[in-house]
Ligand binder design. Structure first.
Ligand code: FES
Length: 166
């Protein structure tokens, strides 16, 4: 009997179980990876937290953790009525309004209508998306009908001339 020179996969019967085992291992690993991916997608809302009012913009998510603001770094906050964006552009947008030398208010700059980042205007804020207008107290005063801006807790520390926003 002559050996077949054609590279037939059935020629070596011992290789067939090996392929099956490899395929089973591959399918098991793929299934496990898929389950992990689905579970992680259903988990928490990520490092910035979530907006529980999905679909409405909900007033925006406050920053998680603590934001420390050195007042000297924001010249706009040197005078009463001054407004400055203080998050450095890297987290949830936050604005501070100086009421007086020892009183400051902080607001999420996420528009409560549909989540667009609002801009600072003279004496308040405006949303570039649908035109909602807010005064420096975060109260909607015109444009698109929506709720007021979300206010964030802020603590002024005179010794360090800093604000802590939570
Ligand atoms: S998203 Fe701001 S007014 Fe619509």
């Amino acid at each position: 009997m002559t050996d077949c020179l054609h590279p037939c996969p059935l020629r070596d019967q011992t290789s067939i179980p090996s392929i099956d085992q490899d395929r089973r291992r591959f399918l098991s690993a793929s299934l496990a990876a898929s389950v992990l991916a689905v579970l992680s997608a259903c988990g928490d809302d990520g490092p910035l937290g979530g907006d529980d009012d999905e679909g409405t913009g909900g007033g925006g998510s406050p920053p998680t953790g603590r934001l420390t603001v050195v007042l000297a770094n924001f010249p706009a906050l040197a005078a009463d009525g001054g407004i400055a964006r203080v998050d450095g552009g890297s987290t949830t947008p936050v604005a501070v309004v100086r009421v007086n030398a020892t009183t400051y208010r902080a607001f999420s700059m996420v528009c409560p209508h549909a989540g667009t980042t609002i801009t600072i205007t003279t004496g308040g804020f405006r949303c570039p998306n649908h035109g909602a207008v807010f005064n420096a107290a975060g109260v909607r005063t015109g444009g698109q009908v929506t709720s007021d801006l979300r206010e964030l807790p802020v603590v002024y520390t005179s010794a360090t001339q800093t604000l802590t926003i939570n």
